[in-house]
Design a protein around this ligand. Structure first.
Ligand SMILES: Nc1ncnc2c1ncn2[C@@H]1O[C@H](COP(=O)(O)OP(=O)(O)OP(=O)(O)O)[C@@H](O)[C@H]1O
Length: 455
C-alpha cells in the first residue's frame, strides 16, 4: 500500500517551464519521482509509458485547455488522481473540474505545504482504495469451498512447487484436465505473491473470436473498428501490477501469439487501432487442459511462446488419480453447501459415500462439486443419500458398469464409456489417445462433448 511516506510517481503538466521547475523542486524535496509535460501530447505519452500516482494539471495550458484534457488523462490512466492547478480560481471552474473527475483543486500561488497536503490526501484515499481492493480480492480468492489440503503425494508435490514459486515473478503454466482446479491454483499463486493487493484478471481464451479477444486483452481506441464507440482499456491494463490468468491458452489464436510474447518479453503492447506502445507490468499464469507440445508440433502454437510460458510447470492431477481426496473433499463441500443454503445437512449415507468413492469423476473436482451441491439441494433429510446423487453415480459399480458390450446401449454410449475407462486407466491423456488409436486433439474433442453441461 502506498502511503504519504512512500515514493510517489508524479506528473506535472504545465506549459510554463519555470512553474514546472518550481513544482518539481518542491515535490522532489519530498522524496518523490517527478516527470513533466509541457502539453497534451507529452502528457498522454508519459501516461502511456508508465503508471503515475498523481498528476498536477494546469488549467491554462497554452492554447489547450486543461479542463478538456482532464477526461483524456483519466481515459488513458483510469484511477489517476489529477490535481487541478490554476491562478484563475473560481468556484465554477473548481466545481466543473471535480465533476469531470479531478481529485483536488489547488489555487495559485500555493505553498509547498499546500502541495504536501494534496499529496497526503491523495495517499490516504489511494491507501483506502488499495485496502478495499485487497480485501475484496481476498474474499474472492479464498472462496470458502476451496480445500487445498490433500493426502495425496501427487497433489502435495504440485502444491509444494506452487507455494515455492508463488512469491517469485516466474511465469507459470498450470496443466491438468478440465475441472481439476487449475483456476483455483492460479488464484492461490496470486494470493501468495507480492502482487496480492493488485488485481487478478482472468482471460478465457476460447470464449471470443480472435478480434474480440485482442480487444479484450489489449483494449482498443475509439473508432478502431465498427462498434468501437469509445476507448476501452484492456485486461492487460486492468491487471497492471497484478496477475493475468490466461485460461485455455492452447486456444489463443496464432495471430495473437506474437503479441502475447512481446508482452511477456518486453512488457509492452498496443491497443487495437492505436500505434503507440504501452507498457504493463503483469505476471502471467496460463492454464491448459491439452498437450501444448502437440499444438506446437502441428503448428497451432508458437514454440517460442510455449517455452516462455512453460518456465515453471505445475500439473493438477485428475480426481481419479487422487482417490484418497474424493471423500474428504466431498464432505468439505457438503459442509460448505449446507452452510451456504442454511440446511441442517450433516453428511452422506454410507451408500452415497460408496458411490462417490467408486465413481471415476471424468469431470474432476467440478463434477464432484456440482454433484454435492445437487445432493444438498435435493435432500430433505440430514444426510445426502444415493437417490440425491446424479444418475451417472447411481449406476452399479460407480457408474461404470451399466453400459455393457452386447447390452441395450447405443454405439455412442458404448464409445463414451470405453473412452472413460481407457482414460481412467491411462497415466496421461496422450497415452489414452495412443491406446484408443486416435490423436490427442480428437480425444480432447470427444471428452469435451462428453463433459459438456457438467459445469
Ligand atoms: N481444491 C478445491 N476445493 C474446492 N473446490 C475446488 C477445488 N478445486 C477446484 N474446485 C472447484 O471446481 C471447479 C473447477 O475448478 P477450476 O475452474 O479451477 O478448474 P479448471 O481446471 O481451471 O477447469 P477448466 O479447465 O474447465 O477451466 C470450481 O467450481 C472450483 O471452485
Amino acid at each position: 500500500m502506498q502511503t504519504s511516506r512512500g515514493t510517489l510517481q508524479l506528473l506535472v503538466i504545465d506549459d510554463e517551464a519555470s512553474l514546472r521547475r518550481t513544482i518539481r523542486i518542491a515535490l522532489e524535496s519530498f522524496g518523490h519521482t517527478v516527470k513533466d509535460a509541457a502539453n497534451r501530447a507529452q502528457a498522454l505519452e508519459a501516461l502511456r509509458a508508465q503508471r503515475f500516482d498523481l498528476a498536477f494539471l494546469d488549467l491554462k495550458l497554452g492554447p489547450e485547455k486543461g479542463l478538456e484534457l482532464l477526461p483524456e488523462l483519466l481515459a488513458a490512466a483510469p484511477g489517476l488522481h489529477v490535481v487541478i492547478v490554476t491562478a484563475h480560481a473560481s468556484l465554477d471552474t473548481a466545481i466543473e473540474a471535480l465533476r469531470k473527475g479531478a481529485f483536488d483543486y489547488l489555487p495559485k500561488p500555493f505553498t509547498p505545504n499546500q502541495l504536501r497536503l494534496a499529496l497526503d490526501r491523495s495517499a490516504l484515499v489511494r491507501g483506502l482504495r488499495d485496502r478495499v481492493a485487497a480485501l475484496e480480492e481476498q474474499v474472492r480468492q479464498l472462496p470458502p469451498e476451496v480445500e487445498l489440503d490433500s493426502a495425496e503425494p501427487s497433489v502435495r508435490a504440485a502444491l509444494d512447487v506452487a507455494f515455492q514459486v508463488a512469491p517469485t515473478e516466474a511465469t507459470v503454466l498450470v496443466r491438468g484436465e478440465s475441472g481439476t482446479g487449475k483456476g483455483v491454483l492460479a488464484r492461490e499463486l496470486h494470493a501468495r505473491s507480492k502482487r496480492a493487493a493488485r488485481p487478478f484478471v482472468t482471460v478465457h481464451c476460447p470464449s471470443l473470436s480472435a478480434d474480440l479477444l485482442e480487444s479484450d486483452l489489449f483494449g482498443h481506441a475509439k473508432g478502431a473498428f465498427t462498434g468501437a464507440v469509445a476507448d476501452k482499456i484492456g485486461k492487460v491494463d486492468v491487471a497492471d501490477g497484478g496477475t493475468l490468468f490466461l485460461d485455455e491458452i492452447g486456444d489463443l489464436p496464432l495471430a495473437l501469439q506474437p503479441k502475447l510474447l512481446r508482452l511477456i518479453q518486453d512488457k509492452t503492447y498496443e491497443r487495437v487501432g492505436e500505434p503507440a506502445a504501452r507498457s504493463a507490468d503483469v505476471r502471467i499464469v496460463a492454464a491448459t487442459n491439452r498437450p501444448l507440445e502437440v499444438e506446437v508440433r502441428t503448428g497451432r502454437f508458437r514454440e517460442d511462446l510455449f517455452y516462455r510460458l512453460n518456465v515453471i510447470e505445475i500439473t493438477m492431477p485428475a480426481l481419479r488419480q487422487r482417490r484418497g481426496d474424493v471423500l474428504p473433499l466431498a464432505r468439505h463441500l457438503l459442509r460448505f453447501f449446507a452452510r451456504q443454503s442454511g440446511k441442517p445437512v450433516t453428511g452422506f449415507t454410507p451408500e452415497a459415500e460408496a458411490a462417490l468413492d467408486a465413481y471415476l469423476w471424468p469431470g474432476n473436482v467440478r463434477e464432484l462439486r456440482n454433484a454435492v451441491e445437487r445432493g444438498v439441494i435435493l435432500t430433505r433429510e440430514e444426510r445426502v443419500g444415493l437417490e440425491h446423487m446424479p444418475g451417472q453415480l447411481t449406476a452399479a459399480g460407480g457408474g461404470a458398469a451399466r453400459v455393457e458390450l452386447g447390452g441395450p446401449v447405443t454405439l455412442e454410449a458404448l464409445e463414451a464409456e470405453h473412452i472413460r475407462r481407457v482414460v481412467a486407466a491411462a497415466p496421461s491423456l496422450d497415452e489414452a489417445a495412443r491406446v484408443l488409436g486416435i490423436n490427442p486433439s480428437t480425444l480432447y474433442r470427444k471428452r469435451q462433448r462428453e463433459l459438456k453441461g457438467d459445469a
